[in-house]
Design a protein around this ligand. Structure first.
Ligand SMILES: Cc1cc2nc3c(=O)[nH]c(=O)nc-3n(C[C@H](O)[C@H](O)[C@H](O)COP(=O)(O)O)c2cc1C
Length: 202
């Protein structure tokens, strides 16, 4: 069993069409930890000691968020800025995260075809997530390709919320149960619910 912690960041949780259901599903998965950052720290008064203790107690760290301005919602940046301290996460004696894994679950309004070099967004979605990828690497962590939902605002009418949320739950359970195929996951830049590298039981 892997010790998995999900950090959820969405300042507009109650208006969400996708992330709120993902968060609800994640909070109900047995044997994993779930943290709603905006709920826990509405004034951004993040408890660094408590967060570092949480990190020490887990093997896999998953950030779930809607893409905001090609990046994370701001509390997740604040969390990185103050929790991933020198001497803890990197630098002299900063080896506490070594060997752990980082994953992302991201929703974006833009369609998949927009996130291409010739498309409206000019770059693949994975490129906008490189700062997190390199942060993981700097901290000695292994970064795994994100679980993504494109065209997220159209997902309710397109019937995509349910399969995406179901895929998310399967992903979390697979990570927890050591059925997530980390090597196979590397073969795609981004994963969607129909391309999850999960080994089924039995
Ligand atoms: C402040 C803000 C910035 C956003 N920036 C982006 C963006 O850079 N790229 C994108 O594809 N969607 C962007 N969006 C759209 C959100 O990603 C989208 O509304 C969200 O993923 C939908 O999920 P939800 O219904 O769970 O909130 C932005 C939305 C807001 C409110």
């Amino acid at each position: 069993m892997a010790r998995l912690i999900v950090y959820y960041a969405h300042p507009g949780h109650k208006y969400s069409h996708v992330n709120r259901y993902m968060a609800q599903a994640a909070s109900q998965v047995d044997g994993i930890s779930f943290v709603d950052l905006y709920r826990e720290y509405p004034r951004f008064d993040i408890n660094v000691d408590a967060e570092q203790r949480r990190l020490l107690e887990h093997d896999v760290l998953l950030f779930q968020f809607p893409l905001f301005w090609y990046s994370t919602p701001s509390i997740l940046k604040e969390w990185q800025d103050i929790v991933l301290e020198h001497g803890f996460a990197y630098g002299t004696d900063g080896d506490k995260l070594e060997g752990k894994r980082m994953m992302l679950a991201v929703t974006a309004a833009g369609p998949e075809e927009a996130y291409t070099s010739g498309g409206f967004q000019h770059y693949p979605l994975r490129d906008f997530l490189r700062p997190l990828e390199q942060t993981a690497r700097l901290c000695g962590m292994l970064f795994s390709p994100p679980y993504a939902l494109y065209s997220a605002l159209k997902a309710p009418s397109a019937g995509e919320v349910e399969p995406h949320v179901t895929g998310y739950r399967r992903l979390l359970e697979a990570v927890r149960d050591d059925r997530y195929d980390w090597d196979a996951a590397e073969r795609s830049e981004v994963h969607t619910y129909d391309s999850l590298p999960i080994r089924e039981e039995g």
